[in-house]
Design a protein around this ligand. Structure first.
Ligand code: M6R
Length: 365
């Protein structure tokens, strides 16, 4: 049932504040702002490294997770798309753990990567939406994302719920490894607790701007998304979402890679969507944007209040989100990224929930 939404995708985008809040409730204690003990099977204090593998959007959630596990838990992460991971003959140590991320829990390549790690003696964790799935069944520890059924082929609420669970796991790992203090843990959990309310606020306020921008995007043949740090996987997620449902060619790049190739494409016909919260990377990303502007590129800047105040750039449009803790930004910034793809596809009249050539669950390699 789509309720009063035109598509399941729209319904699922708007459900996010509610499902994330529900998901977080299983991983953190909002009374004392602490993470709950995660797993008896995977001892994050002891593992020398973590392997992460997944496909598509789940892989991009894993990539954000890598930044978090490495930064907050000082835990080295090896990550790859499952179709490469399973054949790369990665040297793995049995003392390590592996995480597999999958909405459906049935993705063939992800399952094969899981079995590969199992054969090598690693402890297996699964971040899944479908708890009665093969991936969940074959794992030693299951970390459900509690997103509820996701019908739209383009993943939205599963992505942000995967992020929320990975954030909680990274904080828990940091606690276990002694790399974050009690005060840091509490500050991050408090930010996570505030997130669903902020998500609701963002969803209610950005609609008119998104509609306007989507009309512009629907006229384009190509779109470039840029970001640094955790905004880099988000740039790739934005591009993936746009191409899946609007069939517009889009690419996501690390902002610093711009001058190593893609800058050759910049002209007034290709909008550049820059995802840049006011974090440690903001100034560097702005200087990359200056290079785009100098070449006549049209910039759509997605930033926060602090970023908007600090930037003097001439943009085609600037979307301003609330300023939040770094660990919360990827979830908040997912919202405009998802809505831009959604409304562009609606303008173009494509089959949003069932885009051509795609299946919700990919059970062949
Ligand atoms: O069920 P899974 O999470 O394992 O699926 C992985 C990908 O097939 C999936 O995320 C795909 O990329 C989506 N269509 C993205 O919107």
């Amino acid at each position: 049932d789509k309720g009063n939404h035109r598509h399941f995708m729209e319904k699922e985008i708007y459900e996010q504040p509610e499902v994330i809040s529900h998901a977080l409730g299983h991983y953190v204690n909002f009374i004392d702002n602490r993470v709950l003990p995660v797993s008896e099977v995977i001892d994050f204090a002891e593992v020398p490294s973590l392997a992460i593998s997944a496909c598509g959007t789940a892989y991009l959630a894993g990539l954000v997770g890598k930044y978090w596990f490495e930064r907050y838990a000082r835990l080295p992460v090896e990550i790859d798309v499952a179709s490469e991971f399973r054949y790369r003959e990665i040297p793995l140590t049995p003392q390590s753990a592996a995480l597999f991320i999958s909405q459906s829990g049935e993705t063939a390549d992800t399952l094969a990567s899981l079995r590969y790690c199992k054969e090598h003696g690693l402890k297996i964790g699964a971040v899944v939406n479908t708890r009665e799935s093969t991936i969940a069944r074959e794992s030693d520890a299951v970390f459900p994302i509690f997103a509820g059924p996701e019908i739209g082929v383009a993943s939205t609420k599963a992505f942000t719920c995967q992020l929320a669970v990975l954030a909680a796991l990274a904080i828990a790992a940091g606690k276990a490894r002694g790399t974050i203090s009690d005060a840091e843990e509490q500050a991050m959990v408090r930010s996570l607790a505030e997130m669903p309310r902020l998500m609701g606020q963002v969803l209610n306020s950005i609609q008119p701007k998104i509609e306007f921008l989507s009309r512009e995007l629907s006229k384009c043949r190509d779109v470039l998304y840029l970001g640094r740090g955790t905004s880099f996987p988000l740039a790739m997620e934005g591009a993936l979402k746009l191409k899946e449902i609007s069939y517009i060619h889009a690419e996501g790049y690390a902002a610093g890679e711009l001058k190593h190739g893609p800058i050759a494409l910049i002209d007034e016909n290709m909008p550049v969507i820059v995802i840049a919260p006011h974090d440690r990377f903001f100034d560097k990303t702005v200087s990359n944007m200056q290079e785009v502007a100098a070449r006549g590129g049209r910039i759509i800047l997605i930033t926060d209040e602090k970023g908007a105040a600090a930037s003097t750039l001439d943009t085609m449009h600037t979307l301003v989100l609330p300023s939040v803790d770094e660990i919360v930004a990827p979830m908040i910034f997912s919202l405009p990224v998802q809505l831009l793809a959604y409304h562009t596809a609606v303008h173009m009249g494509t089959d949003v929930d069932q885009p051509r050539n795609l299946a919700k669950s990919v059970t062949v390699e």
